[in-house]
Design a protein around this ligand. Structure first.
Ligand code: ZN
Length: 280
């Protein structure tokens, strides 16, 4: 089996220090947390920013400050969200990509009712424009799919040339409004992917562990972190994102999967031209 890429989703757009005091919120906290995750075995960090009140923001200055701090410390692959602020304009959702040029960025392949409180809007026009921006800036889309319809939608954008091959999917299970995080659903969604696709998966909240273990066994890559899960186990808050990375690395090794370094992850994902030496 392929070496296993561990992505760490550090902050997300909603949990705060009231939910878990160990969630990194400021650029300095996020960069330090990313570095700790790198030391624990993560090769990718998925980043969201927060404003001074703790709300999700697409402020490109914050992204820029944070990514500069991370790039000073280590050679993690940066994966920036394009969905980190309620009501943000289409342009605001991708302008940070043009400035920072991360290797990966999220591409949410459809709209859905989000958490029973609002609409997570990803219009056809936005997905076409975002695809163009990513191609022009040499950024690989991480195709986030919260249900099977989004997988089929991704196949359309691949066929139309908005997503270059080989595609990289993130199967996101257990979001209220999306596909329930059950092992059968993960297997079903994984089997819909193109043969040349690379893929990763995670389950939100209490579904984290069954999806983590199933993904390891199926040969996929894994995502962990407090964006998706603020607990380490039932009723026990995670001490850090690195703690969740350490567990995923341990589980992978126990199973027989070696853990990919950032440069090995670059090869797996087709980002070789951006290989770097250790700390940059
Ligand atoms: Zn995210």
């Amino acid at each position: 089996m392929e070496k296993m890429i561990i992505s760490a989703a550090l902050t997300g757009a909603w949990p705060t220090k009231q939910h878990n005091p160990n969630i990194p919120m400021t650029p300095e906290e996020i960069a330090e947390d990313a570095y700790r995750c790198w030391n624990a075995g993560a090769s990718v960090v998925h980043l969201h920013m927060r404003d001074e009140y703790g709300a999700g923001t697409m402020d490109k200055e914050r992204f820029s400050q944070t990514t500069s701090l991370i790039r000073e410390k280590c050679n993690l692959i940066l994966n920036l969200t394009t969905s980190g602020e309620l009501g943000a304009s289409d342009e605001r959702r991708y302008e940070h990509l043009i400035e920072i040029k991360p290797e990966l960025a999220s591409y949410d392949c459809g709209s859905m009712n989000w958490m029973h409180i609002g609409v997570f809007l990803n219009t056809p026009q936005f997905l076409e424009k975002l695809g163009q921006v990513m191609i022009e800036n040499d950024i690989k889309p991480e195709i986030e799919c919260f249900d099977t319809g989004m997988v089929y939608n991704a196949l359309y954008y691949i066929q139309k040339g908005y997503i270059l091959k080989p595609p990289y999917f993130q199967l996101c299970l257990g979001a209220p409004g999306g596909t329930v995080a059950e092992i059968e659903n993960l297997v079903f969604m994984k089997n819909l992917l193109p043969k040349n696709a690379k893929w990763s998966a995670f389950g939100i909240g209490s579904t984290h562990m069954p999806i983590l273990y199933t993904t390891i066994a199926l040969g996929g890559h894994v995502r962990v972190g407090m964006e998706d899960n603020i607990y380490y186990s039932k009723g026990v808050l995670a001490e850090s994102n690195a703690q969740l990375v350490e567990r995923a690395a341990r589980a992978g090794r126990e199973f027989g999967r070696e853990i990919a370094t950032p440069n090995e992850a670059r090869k797996i994902l087709g980002l070789e031209q951006k290989e770097t030496n250790g700390v940059i």
